[in-house]
Design a protein around this ligand. Sequence first.
Ligand SMILES: [Zn+2]
Ligand SMILES: [Zn+2]
Length: 391
Amino acid sequence: MEIQWLLVVHGLVTLLVVVSLLCGHWPIFQGTFIERIHYFITFGAYDYFLRFVAVIFGSRGRNCFLAVEHYLCGRPNPILQLLYLSILGVTYFVIVKSSFGYIPGYYVSELHRYTSMLAVGVGVILFLLTSFSDPGTVTAENVSQYISAYPYDNILYVEKECSTCKISKPARSKHCSICDRCVARFDHHCGWMNNCIGEKNTRYFLAFLLWHFLICLYGAVVLGFILVGELKERRIIDILTVYYGVENSFSSLFPYIVQWLLSAYNTQILLIMFLAIVSLLLAGFFGYHAHLCLTNTTTNETFKWQDYISWKRKLNEAKSSAAALKASIHAMNGESKPPKSKWRIFFRRSPLQNEEVVRKNNVYDQGIASNLFEIVFPLSERRSFFCRKSE
Ligand SMILES: [Zn+2]
Ligand SMILES: [Zn+2]
């Protein structure tokens, strides 16, 4: 049973790393080991590694590493695109080699040989569409079209010029330092796509995430059905209960079945685990981006709103503190009204609690249906915009 425990430990460690990486900075994990793991993965490990390189190879080695890092992370390059294609290709190849021999099986029809190929093909098409489509590059020729798409909210966006491109910056656009261009409704720069995600390709990016979540789930479920079919076809339960005298109950049969599957179908078990973990990650990522699209916010704007709200809160706190100080000075100078009862003083609100609540006022949020429509048919591409402009 050692392999089972190894798989359980592997699953738990993967879960811990993923949760720490994605959620370790959340307030509920403050001061816990999950926050420490998050810090180690995101900053600490890199810092230790740089120090280690400097100790072993000296400052020249460190500079050489930083130059390579700049090429890999600071400039457009196809390394992650090639990594995606190789992961997809190798996984599909291993599935074909290890499991197509069981198709058609007890539960899985021959159709799945072709539908799986089609599913992977559509996945690659969505990847190419997201990678090589224009995210909404703002140029001197089309800038007026992008400016008319979104108004300036005067909170996150005010009318100004991009200091690098020397053209007006449309509301919701951002200059991508990796691609060195301004992108309309900028979401983020995606290393896997080697492209920015902006107004015109968010739809392909979302479709890519959803489709890859579905094909991973599809692969895991079909592989699961192949294994259940084998169990049925080889009459394993009958053999165990009749010939080996194992009690015919789930708890008695389960360890034997797991042992049999791990010895005869370990490739399929590993594939199922891999596909299940990747599909969970993709589901989380798709859920996050779908929520952003439904509320008409971009990843870039979530950071901007966080900064704005924390700045506004600090400002309000400072205002309330000043008001509280002023009130206590008046009280000390004897300008206070007749003394209130002890209980009223005890239960009165602290002047610091009188701060106005800071709320996100997203002027671009037009309701779920309209927001979704805007993702599928970007504003700057719509005919009505051209007509309105030419009037
Ligand atoms: Zn720019
Ligand atoms: Zn970019």
